[in-house]
Design a protein around this ligand. Structure first.
Ligand code: SF4
Length: 405
């Protein structure tokens, strides 16, 4: 995936732009003035994958709390400002690492420039955060509705104000709750400016719809090289936002894997176990351990190890037994009841000793025993991979029918 080239900005130690890894953002749901609860949630978000955390700065008590929050936080803190530019000035004074301004509700040019001048002195970036739902009224009236062109014009108008006071430490978002319009807005914006982009589908909603919408919009743009930092705006515990955002980047190979990737077959008539149940149990047991590996749960030994041979570790069910495999090679045959526990044990060993060492430690007879199970099942069920024989027999049946008729 070739990233679109952008300017680079820094929020504390975290870089945002095409030279840096794509980052995950989330936002606290606590009252910011409750310093301890907010710091607790910031820590939870950070340990679940958030690289940057945004907190609302909606009252002077919140700005006061930001002094301690931004000092004690393990990740950069962005103050989210709506309507009151003076709270942006207070947040800068409090020591936050970044600001988000909404051009739709801070519209006085003089006030925007005053904030930019202070942010310049503090050397912190500003996100120009345009939202379809709170678009600049004049621009909305001009376009009649929140079109991609209207969102982009609003962002560019705000950027010009900032640039007029020599402020270039900028990132931008043009969020829409309609996925195709969101995608189009970012595409249009990316052609016009070089600032890094913060991607998101605004008001995406609760799970699972909110997650589907966010992934559809964000992944489409990331696959085109557009986007430098992301937020999944979900109506759920913000921990999920951080976790799913991080997973999304890992699944797209845009960030190094730090968490479990459990893959599983969808199950079918060949399955020798309840795949849904085993996969759920495996996910719970392995997630708790936090192994940063890919693990496969496959319903049958006939197809399982082969189809999941890229997984670091996996288990396939067959004739009351589980075939434990590493990179597609069977290393142990276990009782069906021990399938999940054997994954946990082997996951631990792989994490400690590495794949090669565990392949070398494979049970001597495992491959032979496994092959017997496979042969026995093929005798009963037929070989799903033997297409040639199947196609030949289907053709023969059909031609016999032609002759009969
Ligand atoms: S691995 Fe086996 S059980 Fe699972 S979908 Fe494939 S053939 Fe069916």
């Amino acid at each position: 995936m070739k990233r679109r080239s952008t300017k680079q900005i820094k929020l504390g130690d975290i870089g945002v732009g095409s030279k840096y890894p794509i980052t995950v953002q989330s936002m606290t749901t606590t009252k910011t003035k409750d310093t301890e609860k907010t710091i607790e949630q910031v820590y939870e978000l950070a340990s679940n994958g958030a690289d940057i955390v945004r907190v609302t700065c909606n009252e002077i008590e919140a700005a006061t709390s930001l002094v301690e929050i931004s000092t004690r936080s393990p990740v950069p803190i962005i103050a989210d400002i709506h309507f009151q530019y003076k709270l942006a000035l207070a947040a800068i004074e409090a020591g936050v690492q970044g600001l988000r301004l909404n051009p739709g509700n801070i519209r006085n040019e003089k006030h925007i420039k005053e904030v930019a001048k202070e942010a310049l002195l503090a050397d912190i970036p500003i996100r120009v955060g345009v939202n379809a739902g709170s678009l600049d009224k004049d621009i909305a009236a001009n376009y009649g509705e929140s079109t991609p062109e209207a969102l982009v014009e609003s962002a560019i108008k705000e950027i010009r104000y900032l640039e007029e006071v020599d402020f270039y430490n900028i990132k931008i978002s043009v969020k829409h709750s309609n996925v195709p319009l969101m995608i189009e807005s970012y595409r249009l914006l990316s052609e016009k400016i070089e600032y890094p982009l913060h991607l998101g589908v605004t008001e995406a909603g609760p799970l699972p719809g909110g997650l589907i919408k966010s992934v559809a919009g964000i992944a489409t743009l990331l696959s085109e090289g557009i986007g430098d930092t992301i937020r999944l705006s979900l109506t759920t515990n913000p921990i999920d936002e951080a976790k799913y955002g991080r997973h999304l980047l890992e699944y797209l190979n845009l960030r190094e894997r730090k968490s479990l990737d459990l893959i599983a077959c969808p199950s079918c008539g060949r399955a020798e176990v309840d795949v849904i149940k085993v996969a759920k149990e495996a996910q719970e047991a392995l997630e708790e351990k936090g192994f940063p590996i890919q693990v496969a749960v496959m319903g049958c030994v006939v197809n399982g190890p082969g189809e999941a041979k890229s997984a670091d570790l996996g288990i396939a069910a067959g004739k009351n037994r589980g075939h434990l495999f590493i990179k597609g090679k069977v290393v142990k045959v276990v009782d069906e009841k021990d399938m999940v526990s054997s994954l946990v044990t082997e996951g631990e060993l792989i994490t400690k000793e590495g794949i090669e060492a565990r392949l070398a430690a494979a049970d001597k007879d495992a491959a032979k025993i496994a092959q017997k199970d496979v042969d026995a099942l093929i005798d009963i069920q037929g070989d799903v991979n033997d297409f040639k024989t199947k196609v030949k027999s289907v053709v023969e049946i059909n031609s016999n029918q032609d002759i009969d008729s």
